[in-house]
Design a protein. Structure first.
Length: 121
């Protein structure tokens, strides 16, 4: 019983010492940030907000030149064009890409001949 009592006193005293040490470090760190001057007084700054003193800002433009690479690279791209209906007109140019143009007949003058094959006088 006496041994456990001694260990509990030792444990309580150790915890109190650690707590006091951590509080001391916290207070010391807090004081260092507040008093930055040598005499221990905190450093303060005053912001002038009076509209009477307007300061003009000077703008300066700086042009920087960079030399680019003298290497020319040629890129070759292959594009495959398709003719889905087989009429000889590629799909991107064909007005009817799924219907063969030979099967489309336009006869505006109603003479029975496709207008593509009539000669214009």
């Amino acid at each position: 019983m006496k041994k456990t009592k001694k260990y509990s006193y030792f444990l309580v005293i150790s915890l109190i010492a650690l707590s006091a040490l951590s509080v001391y470090k916290y207070v010391l760190a807090d004081n260092e940030t507040e008093s930055d001057s040598e005499d221990g007084k905190p450093v303060t700054s005053v912001i002038n907000t009076s509209p009477a003193k307007k300061s003009t800002k000077k703008t300066e433009t700086v042009t920087e030149y960079r030399k680019l690479s003298d290497t020319v690279t040629q890129v070759l791209t292959t594009i495959t064009r398709h003719d889905s209906d087989g009429d000889g007109i590629y799909d991107d140019e064909d007005p009817h890409p799924t219907i063969n143009e030979y099967f489309i007949v336009v006869d505006d003058n109603l003479n029975g001949i496709d207008d593509r094959y009539e000669q214009t006088p």
